[in-house]
Design a protein. Sequence first.
Length: 224
Amino acid sequence: MTTKYKINELFETIQGEGAFTGQPSIFLRLQGCPVGCSWCDTKHTWEINLSDEVDHLTMTSKTAESDQWAALSSEDIIDIFSRKKFKAKHIVITGGEPCMVDLTPLCSVLEAHGFSCQIETSGTFEINTTENCWVTVSPKVNMKGGYKILTSAMQRANEIKHPVATEQHVDDLKALLTDHKVTAKPIYLQPISQKQRATELAIKTCIENNWRLSIQVHKYIGIE
């Protein structure tokens, strides 16, 4: 049986966060997330309602954020890339929470067509993907959904990208790294907003801990 993925958005842009900042990328945004991050900027992807299912032409032609999603197979997705004449060869699978589903079949097909894959996940679901897929874990601690960060997710991460606005967020990250025995991984701090206080805290903490700064470049230059 062909696996279908609930896709809310599919678009080409520049990756603005983490290790691949500046990389031309195709974003696949999946529908569905129960984690409940208070500062989430894609809350339209949280609920999966069958009444919001549309065809791929409607989904890919959206001009504003909406709850609408299309059920697409890996082959459907490759076909859309071709018809839209996308040039990027790096795929960012995000959400929502993409790891609610097994992404191994999708990433296998994408890699077979010459794409590199990256998953952005909250670390609250088991990560099922290919060996070569780059996994970005942005751990969401004590969120409304009540999900816990998984040791398996923290260990699988190729990079950890943590949103911060207060010292408590920094303390939460340090506790996670200790509790899950995470060492020798790139750690990125990302200010939750572009406000001066959050940014200054992130810069100060990166310098103190020899971590890295991720400033959501796409928001500064005004692209999606």
